[in-house]
Design a binder for this molecule. Structure first.
Ligand code: SF4
Ligand code: SF4
Length: 336
C-alpha cells in the first residue's frame, strides 16, 4: 500500500471548470501526482463511491471539493468526504458561496424543474413528465437523487477547513495552494488557522487593477457592449458596473486588465460577509444625485441587479431567500 498522503477531488453541483482548472497547472500536475496518492477523482480516474465508503475515517489527507450542494447525492458526498478527510477544502466559487447554481435560489424548485423539463424553448415534453426519485422499469428500479429546494455552499452543509475562491480558481493560485500544502506536509509545518481563505489576496480586486480609479460621480450606467471604454481608466468611473470594490483580490485583475468589468468571482472582499450589499454601498457613494427620482432612474440602468451583485455569492446573501416557513436541514420546505 502507498505511504504517500492521500488526495481526493470531487465535483458536485458545478460546471466542472474547477476540475479543468486543476489541469491548468500543466506539468506541475506531475509534482502533485508524485507527492500524493490520488484516491478519488471521478472526472479523471475510475474510482467508485464504495471505494471511499470503505476507507477509514480521516484516511484521506486532503480533499478539494468543488461544487455547491443542490441534490441529496451532493449532500451525501459532502458528508462522506468530510468524514473521510483530514483537511476539507471548499474549492472554487460554487463550493465557497454557491456561484451560478445558487442563482436558482431566487426562484423555486418547482419553477426550476418546470422550466428545464417542460417550458424551455429547447424542450418538447407535452405530458410534462418530470424526473422521479424512483422509476420502475422491466430491468429494475432507476433511482435519481432528490433535487433540493435550496442550493447551499459546502460550509452550509458540513464542516470546512479552508476556502479557495474563484470561478475557477486561477492556475497560479491553485499551484500556490498545493505547493504550500506539500511544504506543510513534507516539513511537518503548522497548518494555517481553520477558516483561512487560501489562494487569494487580502484586499479587493480594485487594489490589483491596472486601471486608474478617481471615484468619479456617475450620472448613469452603461453596459460594456454599449461603449468603447477608455483602456486606462476605471470602468466604474466610466459608468460600467464593475464588482471590483466588493470582490476579493487574487486573480491579478484578470478581467479588468482585459477590458471587461469584474463580475465578482473571487467572492466577497475581506471583512465583508455580503458581496451584494457591499457593492450597493460602493455604488451609493458614486451616484451623483440627491433626488430620489433621479437616483431611481440611474439605478434602473443596472440590468439584472441580483444577477450582477450576487452572481457568485447567492447562497450566502443576507437578503437572499425569503422563505415562508423555514426550510428543513436539507434546504427543502421553504417557499420563496
Ligand atoms: S472598479 Fe473595476 S475597473 Fe475600477 S479600479 Fe476597481 S476593479 Fe478596476
Ligand atoms: S476580475 Fe473579477 S471576475 Fe475576473 S477573474 Fe478576477 S475576480 Fe473573477
Amino acid at each position: 500500500m502507498s505511504s504517500k498522503p492521500k488526495l481526493a477531488l470531487y465535483w458536485a453541483a458545478s460546471c466542472g471548470g474547477c476540475e479543468i482548472a486543476v489541469l491548468d497547472i500543466k506539468e506541475k500536475i506531475l509534482d502533485v501526482d508524485a507527492f500524493f496518492d490520488v484516491v478519488f477523482w471521478p472526472v479523471a480516474v475510475d474510482f467508485k463511491v464504495k471505494d471511499v465508503e470503505a476507507m477509514q475515517d480521516g484516511e484521506i489527507d486532503l480533499c478539494l471539493f468543488n461544487g455547491a450542494v443542490r441534490t441529496s447525492d451532493n449532500e451525501y458526498m459532502a458528508e462522506l468526504l468530510r468524514r473521510k478527510s483530514k483537511i476539507m477544502v471548499a474549492f472554487g466559487s460554487c463550493a465557497c458561496e454557491g456561484c451560478i447554481p445558487a442563482l436558482s435560489n431566487t426562484t423555486t424548485r418547482a419553477a426550476t424543474l418546470d422550466w428545464v423539463f417542460a417550458d424551455s424553448p429547447s424542450t418538447v415534453n407535452p405530458d410534462r413528465v418530470m424526473p422521479q426519485t424512483a422509476t420502475e422499469t422491466p430491468v429494475g428500479t432507476i433511482e435519481l437523487p432528490e433535487f433540493w429546494e435550496t442550493v447551499r455552499s459546502l460550509e452550509q452543509v458540513t464542516d470546512v477547513d479552508y476556502f479557495v475562491p474563484g470561478c475557477p480558481p486561477q492556475a497560479h493560485q491553485i499551484w500556490a495552494v498545493l505547493e504550500a500544502v506539500i511544504d506543510i506536509m513534507e516539513n511537518d509545518k503548522p497548518l494555517p488557522p481553520k477558516g483561512t481563505v487560501l489562494g487569494a489576496g487580502d484586499k479587493t480586486c480594485c487594489d490589483e487593477c491596472p486601471r486608474e480609479r478617481q471615484e468619479k460621480k456617475i450620472k448613469g450606467f452603461v453596459r460594456i457592449h454599449e461603449v468603447i471604454p477608455d483602456p486606462d481608466q476605471c470602468l466604474l468611473d466610466q459608468g460600467i458596473v464593475c464588482m471590483g470594490p466588493a470582490t476579493r483580490s487574487g486573480c491579478g485583475g484578470l478581467c479588468v486588465a482585459a477590458g471587461v468589468p469584474c463580475r465578482g468571482c473571487y467572492g466577497p472582499a475581506p471583512n465583508s460577509k455580503d458581496q451584494g450589499t457591499k457593492m450597493v454601498a460602493a455604488l451609493a457613494s458614486v451616484i451623483d444625485s440627491d433626488d430620489p427620482e433621479e437616483i431611481d432612474r440611474i439605478l434602473d440602468g443596472i440590468v439584472d441587479p441580483i444577477g450582477t451583485f450576487y452572481r457568485f455569492s447567492m447562497a450566502h446573501a443576507t437578503l437572499g431567500r425569503v422563505t415562508i416557513g423555514a426550510p428543513d436541514s436539507s434546504g427543502n420546505g421553504g417557499e420563496s
